[in-house]
Write a new protein. Structure first.
Length: 356
């Protein structure tokens, strides 16, 4: 008899895929798998399914439907002595911290939903979080039992790193340049990053592409320089890996502000770059998700536009580029940070079953 993981995943963006759907698709495609994932649009009452369910996972929703579902499954479990766990999954910091991070400036409706999710999470048997920092913050806010399940990348979607460095490198920033900056949040793209990028574009040292609203290019770089910058509209999470493979970047950058919201983030942008074979460069500070990258890839508080440019030129030398590319690929394999890893799969199901 198979064991089920049931998910109610309201998140239609990347996190829902990384935290549930990518693994579900992979496991459900294995003919004789011991586990099966279900993502039903309604409650399940079938005792044959629920008696063989390890966990019911809730994510990114605080609607009345979720409230009703939680009550439904708690009542059925008590009545029938089912042994499944109720789990709430988190990959973002849901609290106001006061340091200007994105979570401090969300609108009133989002804030109400986040606060309600926090209250619903207290009814769970345990919660899961994408990073240790996030888990510790959730525990500080009254969630007694939080387990860490890291974000990983699906090789069946991203492939293996075979990228060849272009003569004129392409740098891609696959995130929002403002990240709620238009609402008053501290922007991730600092002045030193902007200056470095402006110099590189003006001197024709590299091409640059950003994701999201094309208006952001002009907001950050002005109209004249903005015309030289490529723009890719947001893509659906299912097509995102193939879009990135088509763009075929040489470098992926991740400017990051030193705020708690970002400290709670995972290193998934680095994992994506590594899977593509693009060399990653990102901000590193105490608690940064990218602390584990090589020194030559780190942008620190002491860096200037000049030193960032020096690091870029160092990494753009083929012998250095391919050495870092290889190190990134080895990092994913060594720590089993990919969906298909037997170790990761075993750990995931052990956590959901309450064995860890």
């Amino acid at each position: 008899m198979q064991t089920f993981i049931i998910g109610y995943i309201a998140d239609k963006a990347g996190c829902g895929a990384y935290r549930f759907r990518n693994l579900a698709q992979y496991i459900n495609g294995i003919k004789d798998s011991k586990y099966r994932f279900l993502e039903p649009p309604f409650e399940i009452s079938d005792p044959l399914i629920l008696a063989n369910t390890a966990a019911i996972v809730f994510k990114n929703d605080a609607s009345q439907t979720t409230i009703d579902l939680i009550k439904h499954y708690k009542d059925l479990r008590e009545k029938n002595k089912f042994k499944y766990n109720l789990v709430m999954d988190f990959d973002d910091l849901p609290f106001k911290v006061g340091d200007g991070g994105a979570g401090d400036v969300v609108d009133e409706n989002i804030r109400k939903a986040l606060d309600l999710m926090h209250e619903l999470a207290k009814q769970m048997d345990f919660c899961t979080a994408s990073t240790r920092f996030l888990a510790e913050e959730l525990e500080k806010h009254g969630l007694e039992k939080v387990k860490v399940i890291p974000n990983v990348i699906a090789r069946y979607l991203w492939g293996y790193p075979t990228h060849k460095l272009a003569r004129k490198p392409l740098i891609v920033y696959p995130a929002s340049m403002s990240h709620y900056g238009h609402r008053g949040a501290v922007t991730d793209v600092s002045e030193k990053w902007l200056t470095f990028l402006k110099i590189g574009i003006e001197q024709d040292l590299f091409d640059f592409m950003v994701f999201g609203d094309s208006g952001q290019k002009e907001d950050f770089f002005g109209k004249k320089l903005g015309k030289k910058i490529g723009n890719m509209q947001w893509s659906h999470v299912i097509s995102y890996p193939s879009v990135m493979r088509c763009i075929n970047p040489d470098f992926v950058i991740a400017p990051l502000a030193d705020v708690a919201f970002n400290k709670a983030k995972s290193n998934v942008k680095m994992l994506e770059a590594a899977a593509l074979g693009a060399v990653f460069i990102g901000d590193v500070f105490e608690g940064s998700p990218y602390e584990g990258i090589l020194d030559c890839q780190k942008v620190t508080k002491d860096d200037t536009p000049k030193t960032i440019m020096e690091k870029f030129k160092f990494l753009a030398k083929p012998e250095n580029y391919y050495a870092v590319q290889k190190a990134q690929a080895e990092f994913i394999s060594e720590f089993d940070l990919y969906t298909e890893s037997r170790r990761y799969i075993g750990y995931y199901f052990d956590v959901m079953s309450g064995k860890k």
